[in-house]
Design a protein around this ligand. Structure first.
Ligand code: AKB
Length: 316
C-alpha cells in the first residue's frame, strides 16, 4: 500500500488524479496540498493542507506525519503564462521540484513530476519526435521542464531516488480548467461551443500538436509509478502520445455534435510561436515497450465524452 502526497493538487491534473488515487489506495493514504483553499472540493475530501510548495519545511513535516513514500509534484506555471514572468516561472517550477527531490532523498520517497511537449524546441524533429532527441526549448517553461528531467535523472543515478516522469501533451479535461497554457484552446473550445456555439481560436489552422484526454493522462501518471523498475531503460522522461490534431480538425469533430458551431481565428503571436516550436506528434514506442503505455481515447471518443459531460454540467 502506498502513502501518497500530491503537491499542487488543486490544478488541472491534480483535481482528477486525487480522486483516482484515493479510489485505488484509500482516502487517508492520499494527502493533498495546494497554495489555495479555493479549489475543487474533492481534493479536500481527505487529508488536505494549504501549503506553498516552496516551503520545504512544511512539505517535510507533512511527509513525516503521513509516512509518505510517493510524491506527485504537479506544481507548474505553464508555457504562455511563464513568458509573462520568466523569473517567477523558474522559481516556482524548479523550486517545487527541488523541494520534492530533496525531501524524497532524505525520506526515501519515489517522485513523479510531469514533463511536457514543451521540453522540445524549434530544432527538435517535429514529426514522430523521437524519445531521445534534440531538446533546446524556446520558453522558460520548456527550460524548466528539460532541467527538471535532467535533475530527476541526476537524483536517480546519484542518490538512487526513484524518479519517473512522462512528457505530457496538451491535456483536455472537464473538471478543472488549465491556466496559461498554449494548448488551452483545445479545452476552451468545448466550453464556448456549448455556451455560445462559437469560438475564436488563438492558434492558426494547421497547427498540429499532441493532445490527450484526461483519463489517459491519469492512467499514464499512475501506471508509470506502478511499473516494474527492472524494465525501465528511460526514466525522466517518457514521450506519451494519444491524439494529434490541428484546430480545424477539432472544430469539425465538435460540429458533428453541435452542427451550427462556428470557429474563427484571432492568432496570438506569443502562443503561436510556442506551438510552432513543439512537436506535431511524438513517437511514444519507448513508453509502450518499457511500461505498457496504451491510451484509450481517440479524437472522436474524447470529443463525444467532453460534450456529453460538459453539456450536462453547463446547462444545469
Ligand atoms: C502548456 O500548453 O503549456 C501545457 C503543456 C503542453 O505542457 N498544456
Amino acid at each position: 500500500m502506498k502513502n501518497i502526497l500530491i503537491v499542487g493538487a488543486g490544478g488541472q491534473i491534480g483535481s482528477e488524479l486525487t480522486v483516482k488515487l484515493r479510489d485505488i489506495y484509500g482516502k487517508n493514504n492520499v494527502v493533498t496540498t495546494d497554495l489555495n483553499s479555493d479549489i475543487n472540493e474533492k481534493v479536500k475530501d481527505g487529508p488536505f493542507y494549504v501549503s506553498d510548495a516552496l516551503d520545504a519545511k512544511k512539505m517535510a513535516e507533512i511527509v513525516d506525519k503521513h509516512k509518505i513514500d510517493t510524491i506527485y509534484n504537479l506544481v507548474a506555471m505553464l508555457s504562455a503564462k511563464g513568458e509573462h514572468n520568466p523569473q517567477l516561472a523558474w522559481k516556482i517550477n524548479m523550486g517545487a521540484l527541488m523541494n520534492s527531490l530533496e525531501i524524497a532523498r532524505e525520506k526515501n520517497c519515489a517522485v513523479f513530476t510531469p514533463s511536457s511537449i514543451g521540453a522540445f524546441g524549434e530544432s527538435t524533429p517535429h514529426k514522430n519526435t523521437p524519445q531521445d532527441t534534440i531538446m533546446r526549448p524556446n520558453t522558460i517553461y520548456g527550460v524548466s521542464k528539460v532541467s527538471g528531467e535532467l535533475m530527476s535523472d541526476y537524483y536517480f543515478t546519484r542518490f538512487g531516488v526513484d524518479t519517473r516522469s512522462v512528457r505530457f501533451p496538451g491535456i483536455i479535461s472537464n473538471v478543472t480548467l488549465p491556466g496559461g497554457g498554449t494548448t488551452d484552446y483545445a479545452v476552451d473550445i468545448f466550453y464556448e461551443a456549448i455556451r455560445n456555439k462559437k469560438y475564436t481560436c488563438f492558434l492558426k489552422e494547421g497547427t498540429f500538436l499532441d493532445m490527450m484526454y484526461m483519463p489517459d493522462a491519469i492512467d499514464a501518471a499512475i501506471n508509470i509509478m506502478e511499473a516494474d523498475p527492472s524494465k525501465l531503460i528511460h526514466r525522466n522522461s517518457f514521450n506519451v502520445s494519444a491524439l494529434s490534431f490541428d484546430p480545424e480538425m477539432l472544430a469539425n469533430e465538435v460540429k458533428k455534435h453541435i452542427p451550427d458551431f462556428v470557429m474563427d481565428y484571432d492568432v496570438d503571436p506569443i502562443r503561436q510561436k510556442i506551438a510552432d516550436s513543439w512537436p506535431d506528434n511524438m513517437d511514444d514506442s519507448a513508453a509502450r515497450e518499457e511500461w505498457g503505455w496504451n491510451p484509450k481515447y481517440n479524437l472522436s471518443d474524447m470529443t463525444k465524452d467532453m460534450i456529453e459531460v460538459l453539456s450536462k454540467r453547463l446547462k444545469k
